[in-house]
Every structure is written in C-alpha cells, then in structure tokens.
Design a protein around this ligand. Structure first.
Ligand SMILES: [Zn+2]
Ligand SMILES: [Zn+2]
Length: 269
C-alpha cells in the first residue's frame, strides 16, 4: 500500500506541511455532493421493499419454525452456518465490486447503489445518520425474490416435497436474514454511542461485524476486509490475497484499473 497516498487520503499532516488538510466527514466536499445525489422517490421504493421483506421473513420463519424437530437440529445448525457464511461472502463481493469498479455515472446503478459506497468512504459517519429505511432498503430488496419463492413453495408443495427441501429452506432463510440486515450490522459497526447492550454483546462475540474489525477496511485506499456481515471471511480471504488477485484478473481482461472513481471522490476536498 502506498503510505504517502494513505496518509494524504486520511488527511494526515506532516511537519513540512503546516496547512491541515480536511479529514473525511460531513464537511468533505465530495461527501456533500454525493449526499445530494440520493434520488428523490427512492425512500418510498425502499420503504415498500423493507415492509414486504419483513412480512416474507416472518411468514417463512413461521413455516420453518413449525416444522423444526429435535432430530433435524444438527442439519439445521449446519444449514444456518452455511447461510451466514454465504451472506458474509456476498456482502464482501458486492462491496468489493461497488468500491472498486464503476462510477456514479453508470446508468441505473450509479446514483442508486455506487453513490452510497463512494459517500461511505469519504464520510463514514453518514450511515449513522441514515434512517432504518435508507440504511437497509437495497439489501431488503435483493432478498424478496428468494423469500417470495420460498413462501410460494410452502403454500403449494406437499409435506413430502417440503421435507425434501427443508435444509435448503433453512439455508436460504438465514442467508436472506443476514443479507437483509448486513447494512444495519455495518451501521452498528460505525456507531460508538448509544448501541443497545445486546448489539454490543453480539459484536463482542463476533457473531456480527465488530467495530474494531471493520476499521481495517476504512484505511485508504479501502482495499481489504470487504465482508461486512459477520466479517468471518475477511482473514482467510486476506491470507489467500483473494481481492488483489481478482483485481489483477479484471484489469487483465478489461484494461480498467481498480478504484479510479473512488480515488477521484476522495481527492475532492
Ligand atoms: Zn468500502
Ligand atoms: Zn464502513
């Protein structure tokens, strides 16, 4: 990692340069511009997604919960862990994709999705000022097709067919819950005051992303520790240099360099 660039982007000052550079935060010029790009009307779409998703989660939890037996607890646990790991990897992959490639000018996804990732790097505290809907709308939306299909199958398949698919349903439900709440968990990892005790407990047990763990990602140029659900996969992925190798492959195939748009916003002080 280029240490000079790292210091510059973090707003660090050197003895040879008495002029303090602005740090990241709500006063960063790029952050202010990015906040204004949040499309009007998106909040309404997001609140519909959140409501629908919560209804589907409750319905599917009831369908699964009413069929749990002592003899299937072990497979249920295995499916649940696999579901959580899948959600953690998915959070890392989408985060890496949005942080590393594309720009706010990309049609459809630029202002709706990529914008929020750019804003988060130049103003990491902005997420703590977003309400529940703005924080979670995108992630809740993604899970609706999977949860909807599961509800449809519980309503239409016979008991034998449901029994056959039961482990898959447990896996999908846990994946969906953790994917949906990923950004809420991420928001808690940036919240240093007023967190409920049960959230602190889950963070301390590393059942959800701990605050200290997520700080590794927020060192410019934001090139590691992308998994933000539990963060369980960050260390192993770092050991095999998963993200840098993937970036080299993309650059070789497309000619694009990683994080060019992210760096552009970071320098807009
Ligand atoms: Zn990031
Ligand atoms: Zn963050």
């Amino acid at each position: 990692m280029n240490l000079k660039l790292k210091d510059e982007l973090n707003g660090a000052t050197h003895s040879t340069n008495p002029e303090p550079k602005p740090r990241y935060g709500p006063k960063h010029r790029g952050a202010q511009e990015l906040a204004q790009l949040y499309p009007r009307g998106k909040w309404i779409q997001e609140s519909i997604s959140v409501t629908l998703c919560i209804i589907l989660m409750l319905v599917n939890t009831y369908f699964i919960g009413s069929r749990i037996k002592l003899e299937n607890l072990a497979t249920l646990f295995t499916s649940a862990v696999a579901g959580i790991l899948t959600a953690d990897f998915a959070s890392g992959f989408v985060h890496w994709l949005a942080d590393t490639w594309g720009s706010t000018e990309v049609p459809l996804l630029g202002k709706t999705l990529i914008r929020s990732f750019r804003e988060h790097h130049v103003d990491p505290t902005s997420i703590t000022r977003h309400d529940f809907v703005e924080t979670n709308g995108d992630n809740f939306l993604v899970t609706i097709p999977f949860l909807g299909r599961m509800t449809y199958q519980f309503l239409t398949l016979n008991e034998q067919e449901i029994k056959h698919n039961f482990n898959l349903y447990c896996f999908l439900l846990l994946s969906a819950i953790f994917v949906a709440f990923t950004n809420q968990i991420h928001k808690w990892s940036h919240t240093y005051y007023g967190l409920p005790r049960w959230v602190l407990f889950l963070q301390d047990c590393h059942l959800i992303l701990p605050r200290r763990h997520h700080r590794y990602h927020h060192v410019a140029p934001h090139e590691t520790y992308y998994c933000i659900t539990t963060g369980w996969l960050n260390w192993p992925l770092e050991q095999i240099r998963f993200w840098p190798n993937l970036e080299k492959l993309v650059t070789r195939l497309t000619g694009h360099l990683p994080r060019t748009d992210d760096l552009k916003w970071a320098k807009r002080m």
